[in-house]
Design a protein around this ligand. Structure first.
Ligand SMILES: Cc1cc2nc3c(=O)[nH]c(=O)nc-3n(C[C@H](O)[C@H](O)[C@H](O)COP(=O)(O)O)c2cc1C
Length: 210
């Protein structure tokens, strides 16, 4: 299976001065494309301290100059790995546009206030689901999960405020590099990567061979 890409060239002159602004341009175009079902779905890769990697999809819930935020269970595999080793990679697979964006950086926990504010925006059912699931642990059956959910539903019926589970919260990925990849014909793809210059807000852009 091989796609022939008919796409616009991406040049350094086209890029925004910083990667978050550039991400915002592409994200807007992605969100407007009906072929992309969940534009904010991204693959998060983590590594255990012994170097073994693992990946999974999560939803990007917020981004700004401070970083890229997703929410999860801190006790999950990814949560434990990021607690031990904060280096992380995010990948946005926007295939219908022949694009991908790859963010690498360090993950830090969001503040509790930010977590609580986001949790309150979630539907009642998914708030209960966050309590019901001890994410990434082995369970005997689906019935066990459903029973836990039902029990929680009785304790916190619709309309009753569900407390935020202590193990649940956000990670903010503070980028140190962001690559914008645009596919083209004959494998002559564009790869432009912003790399943070020192510890500050300055970025340099480099072109990578496809
Ligand atoms: C489209 C999609 C969106 C998802 N969004 C999230 C999310 O925002 N947070 C989350 O914890 N898991 C999310 N998941 C589930 C994760 O992929 C994963 O199964 C779960 O977080 C446990 O991962 P871990 O055991 O590697 O920590 C999503 C899965 C899919 C397919």
């Amino acid at each position: 299976m091989r796609e022939v890409y008919r796409t616009m060239e991406l040049t350094v002159a086209d890029l925004a001065p910083d990667p978050v602004e550039q991400f915002a341009h592409w994200f807007k175009e992605t969100a407007a494309n009906p072929a992309i079902h969940e534009p904010n779905a991204m693959v998060v890769s983590t590594a255990a301290p012994d170097g073994r990697p693992s990946s999974r999809t999560v939803l990007l819930k917020h981004y700004d100059q401070a970083g890229f935020v997703f929410f999860t269970n801190y006790g999950s595999r990814k949560g434990r790995e990021l607690t031990a080793n904060p280096y992380v990679s995010l990948l946005f697979p926007w295939h219908p546009l022949a694009r991908q964006v790859i963010v690498t950086g360090r993950a830090e926990r969001t503040g509790r206030d930010e977590t609580v504010a986001y949790f309150r925006t979630r539907p009642h059912g998914s708030q209960l689901g966050a309590w019901a699931s001890h994410q990434s642990t082995v369970i005997e059956s689906r019935a066990e999960l459903l029973a836990r959910y039902e029990e929680l539903h009785t304790r916190y019926p619709e309309g009753e405020q569900v407390p935020v589970p202590p193990e649940w919260g956000g990670f903010r990925v503070v980028p140190d590099a962001v690559e914008f990849w645009q596919g083209h014909e004959n494998r002559l793809h564009d790869r432009l990567r912003y790399v943070r210059d020192g510890d500050g807000e300055a970025w340099r852009v480099e072109r990578l061979s496809p």
